[in-house]
Design a protein around this ligand. Structure first.
Ligand SMILES: Nc1ncnc2c1ncn2[C@@H]1O[C@H](COP(=O)(O)OP(=O)(O)OP(=O)(O)O)[C@@H](O)[C@H]1O
Length: 968
């Protein structure tokens, strides 16, 4: 045990002072990694007056220091039938506090021990979680008479600093912000507007432009906090008179500089996050409307994202599982606290009232889950023995110079003392000229270093801005997809109504007056966010343009210096030094480029999935249009030209053969393997991203930026609408009836297109069995052939196999997968649209293709109050649908970040997609054709596979059959 020092303060574990006292064999490396689990505490507040008035009883009881029993208020002890279905449950946490626990009890048991860690360079995070009105703000901020965790922590922090001041230099700064409706506001300087959250090239999250106050006085900080808290968005709701409608984050940064007796110096940077989360809420309980409801949706959405991260991280310790921190600002900000380098304490809060049973249960499950997270905590050591390192460099440089001079002198001596020539005393030339050149050299070197440093800073900032822009694009794409989805749904509804009118003409008057479908809340939110994101994008682009100009100037200056240098430097040694300096700079630039590439690749992969989704959306629209037009032609008795009919056949044959689906499957498989590859630093990037990035004016979803105003134009209902996707009001005949048999000049049976029938479960199973054995045979043949083939052709075949395997091994579509099949009915669309918003773009493909459960929506979350069962990701989600998709062989790694132009060039990649070798369609009476082998088994089931959408957009059973025949 370390002995107590004279100040009485036991130095923080791991601090230099502590290590000095520690026996040598027990000393830890300065920045050793420590595995850590978050501590999860639970606090039960007293019953409130309102709860007492409504006659609520206490159902949450503390058992000992760590257990809590939550009783089911709906349980009837005399109902023996329901006895085994009781929802009563006991939970164990690290600490449990009830109504008798004081603020001091909570603080000393949960946070106090973190203070010394923060001082010595560790990160720590405390967050208060729980439903609205459960007591989070009370715990964090407290009252004047009973201060909460904020003040207690800061007081202890400053006291500890005061006690070790003799050996250390400290600087403490703090910032206080809120995340309200997914925008960040500086609570210490609210007039600064919305702030940007950025990730620097080292992956650190930063908030651009946040006010950082430096102080060493807890009272001063408390005053600032109280002032900041007045700026925090608080509104009365049905559950809490002073409900916080935002997440508040107090960040305290402690920089500790340790001055040793020699020249050694260590700088530690500890960060403490204290987060008062907004309360989760059920829309039904809060009875919120309008603005409050929108706030609630935002709060729930970010808490859902937090819950998803907790789930992903707690699955097998988060190893190997993709954790999507990007779904909300809150999770991005807490990235380190949750899954990285931080000691974390979560204090869950519940009300003991019987009326809050559901909320309490969900909160307990949520908190319980968080216990499984594993973090790896590391001390942030900024600078170890910086001065010593500096001097060591100088000394070794001098040594080298001495050696060099010695050998020179020896050489000269040898030359001069040749045979027959008497020894000559070597005289050292006068030093004046050397000194002057040395001074000159130092000056040049300093100038060059300054210029390089300046350039590097600008390059780093450019990378950050570029990354921010890409992230904005991804967000924008997601919101635009949500809007486009809704527009499509709206257009389907219009179409459906018109059909209904046809069917029941006598009821026309009734349906005529029907209102336009009301726009869902998330679409309105998406529209708002699109505007915000566009404004942000403009700001960032302007900043970037300015920075690029400055970088160009700096480069110009540096190149002028480069031309001047050879004339000023005379000695070979000096040249060598300068050459090394330039080389070091080059390497640094390369390093930045690689980091930028990596960041860019990750973001583009996310974006690419959205582009694919957009393509799918557009494809469906095209299908609907083609069907409608064919119906119209048929109804009007228009003869279809042969060439057009052939094209039509080809179009549906391609759909039948799933060519597009297969490409998209392959594409998403490539994306996920690329994502893995990025960890291994394999250079490759799909071509879609290249296409997007080539033209910077292009919006990420593949539309020209000029289209945006069009997209957001207001329609006749006064709503902003996506004209590009669904502006055309469908005509009467432009319905989604099955394509009628057309009168053409070709033989009628060949062209008759029947409505596509869905495969039965049995047929799908048979297909899967059949294709599995085909896949096995093919696999054994392939492995033989691969042995013979050269390595290059081997890799190209792999790619084709991946596509075939993925197709062949495709199981019966799960509910999530079904949405990817072109036949997805429109009734699924709203769920799809909502779900997409909650998923990370990059996970979307994986989740949709690989999981069995459809993802959650905000509404779902609101209703079920974060029920654990819903939040838990499917076990299969981590498994790749493409077991062996090769990437490197077929891709042209051409990742280049041309810093000369200070622009990010997206890599060029070329894929060779496998050409499907299905049987020709000739002679078939069905439009969508199956592969020969598959067709056999499908036919045996009496069903026909078709990827075409069902004839009825609402997916009504037998809708098309019921429809009256139109006059022809
Ligand atoms: N442990 C406690 N002891 C006494 N009063 C408490 C306690 N916890 C909460 N309260 C009281 O309950 C009310 C609601 O608490 P608080 O505002 O802290 O809830 P919250 O979880 O922050 O709610 P929201 O998420 O809506 O902001 C307050 O009046 C607070 O003083």
């Amino acid at each position: 045990m370390p002995s107590q020092n004279t100040t009485g303060f036991s130095p923080a574990r791991g601090s230099p002072a502590f290590r000095e006292m520690e026996p040598k064999d027990q000393q830890m490396p300065a920045n050793a990694l420590l595995a850590s689990c978050p501590q999860v505490a639970l606090r039960i507040r007293p019953l409130s007056e309102a709860e007492l008035e409504e006659g609520a009883t206490i159902i949450a009881h503390k058992l000992g220091d760590q257990a809590i029993v939550l009783m089911d208020p709906g349980e009837d002890p005399e109902d023996t039938l329901r006895a085994h279905r009781s929802r009563e449950r006991t939970f164990i946490f690290d600490m449990v506090f009830d109504q008798h626990s004081s603020q001091e009890d909570v603080y000393s048991a949960t946070i106090q021990h973190l203070v010394e860690g923060v001082i010595s360079g560790y990160n720590a995070t405390v967050f208060a979680y729980g439903p609205s009105g459960a007591g989070k703000t009370h715990t964090m901020l407290g009252m004047d008479t009973e201060p909460g965790i904020y003040l207690r922590t800061l007081t202890d922090l400053f006291q500890a600093i005061e006690e070790t001041r003799d050996n250390m230099d400290y600087s403490v700064s703090m910032s206080y912000l809120e995340i309200y409706n997914e925008v960040i506001r500086d609570l210490l300087n609210p007039s600064s507007g919305f702030l940007d959250l950025r990730e620097d090239s080292r992956g650190n999250i930063q908030i651009a432009g946040i006010t950082e106050v430096s102080t060493l006085n807890a009272q001063e900080i408390m005053q600032l906090l109280t002032r900041g808290n007045r700026q925090r968005t608080q509104e009365p709701t049905a559950t809490n008179k002073t409900s916080s409608r935002s997440h508040a984050v107090l960040q305290v940064t402690v920089r500790q500089r340790w001055r040793g007796p020699d020249l050694a110096e260590e700088v530690h940077l500890g960060r403490l996050f204290m987060v008062d989360l907004a309360g989760s809420e059920r829309a039904s309980q809060t009875q919120n409307r309008g603005k409050r409801m929108k706030e609630g949706a935002h709060i729930n959405r970010s808490l859902l994202a937090l819950g998803n991260c907790i789930n992903a991280l707690s699955e097998k310790g988060g190893r190997g599982q993709y954790v999507n921190f990007r779904d909300s600002k809150l999770t991005r900000l807490l990235k380190d606290a949750l899954g990285g380098n931080s000691h974390t304490v979560m204090i869950a809060h519940i009300s003991p009232a019987s009326s809050s049973f559901e909320e309490s249960r969900t909160t307990l499950l949520y908190a319980y889950r968080a216990k499984n997270i594993k973090t790896r905590v590391k001390r942030n050591l900024l600078n170890v023995s910086y001065r010593i390192a500096q001097y060591t460099d100088v000394i070794s440089e001098l040594r080298r110079e001495i050696e060099h001079l010695k050998s020179k002198i020896e050489k000269q001596e040898k030359n001069k003392s040749g045979p027959g020539i008497p020894d000559v005393q070597v005289t050292v030339p006068p030093n004046d000229a050397e000194d002057e050149s040395h001074l000159q050299m130092n000056k040049i070197r300093a100038q060059l270093i300054r210029a390089f440093k300046e350039q590097m800073e600008m390059r780093h900032s450019l990378v950050e801005l570029e990354n921010t822009n890409l992230e904005l694009h991804v967000d924008l794409s997601r919101h635009l997809l949500t809007i486009a989805d809704w527009e499509r749904e709206k257009s389907d509804l219009h179409m459906q109504r018109e059909q209904d009118e046809l069917e029941k003409e006598e009821e026309l008057a009734e349906t005529d007056g029907e209102d336009a479908p009301t726009e869902p809340q998330e679409v309105a939110v998406a529209r708002e966010e699109v505007n915000l994101l566009l404004a942000e994008h403009r700001k960032t682009s302007a900043l970037k343009a300015g920075l690029e100009q400055r970088l160009a100037l700096a480069k110009q200056k540096a190149s002028q210096m480069e031309t001047l240098l050879p004339t000023q430097v005379t000695s070979e040694d000096q040249r060598e030094v300068l050459r090394l300096l330039c080389r070091a700079h080059e390497l640094e630039v390369e390093n930045t480029e690689l980091r930028a590439d990596n960041l860019c690749r990750k973001t583009l992969l996310c974006q690419k999935d959205l582009v694919i989704q957009h393509c799918r959306q557009h494809q469906r629209l095209c299908e609907q249009l083609i069907r409608g037009q064919r119906q119209l032609m048929h109804d009007s008795g228009i003869q279809v030209p042969e060439a057009l009919e052939r094209q039509y056949q080809l179009y549906f044959r391609e759909l039948g053969e799933d060519t597009l689906d297969r490409l998209l499957l392959l594409h998403s498989g490539m994306a996920s393997s690329l994502q893995d590859a990025s960890v291994l630093n394999i250079s490759s990037l799909p071509e879609a991203s290249q296409a997007q990035h080539k033209d910077k004016k292009n919006l990420p979803w593949g539309l020209q930026s000029e289209l945006l105003p069009l997209l957001l134009e207001r329609d006749s209902d006064g709503n902003k609408s996506l004209k590009a996707t669904a502006s055309r009001k469908p005509g009467r005949q432009d319905s989604l009836l099955p394509p009628p048999p057309l009168r053409t000049r070709l033989t009628p049976p060949m062209l008759e297109l029947n409505p596509p029938a869905a495969l039965s479960v049995q047929a799908r199973k048979e297909m899967a069995l059949g294709t599995k054995s085909i896949a096995r045979i093919a696999a054994s043949r392939r492995s033989k052939a691969q042995d013979r083939d050269s390595s290059s052709s081997r890799s190209s075949r792999h790619l084709e196999e991946a596509a075939l395997d993925s197709k062949d091994q495709k199981p019966n579509p799960s509910p999530a997968e079904k949405r990817w099949l072109p036949a997805s009915p429109s009734r699924d669309r709203s769920v799809e649209r909502k779900a997409r918003r909650k998923r990370s773009p990059s996970v979307t493909c994986g989740v949709q293709l690989m999981t069995e459960k459809p993802p959650l929506s905000v509404e779902h979350f609101t209703e079920s109050q974060l029920s654990l069962g819903h939040l838990q990701p499917s076990k299969s989600s981590g498994k790749s649908f493409f077991p062996a998709v090769p990437t490197a062989s077929k891709t042209k790694p051409n990742l280049s970040f041309h810093t000369e132009e200070a622009t990010l060039h997206v890599p060029e990649v070329s894929f060779t997609f496998p050409s499907p070798t299905w049987q020709s369609s000739a002679g078939s009476s069905r439009a969508p054709l199956l592969p020969r082998d598959i067709r056999g088994s499908a036919d045996s089931g009496g069903q026909h596979h078709s990827p075409l959408p069902p004839s009825n957009p609402r997916g009504r059973q037998g809708g098309s059959a019921k429809r009256p025949q139109r006059p022809r």
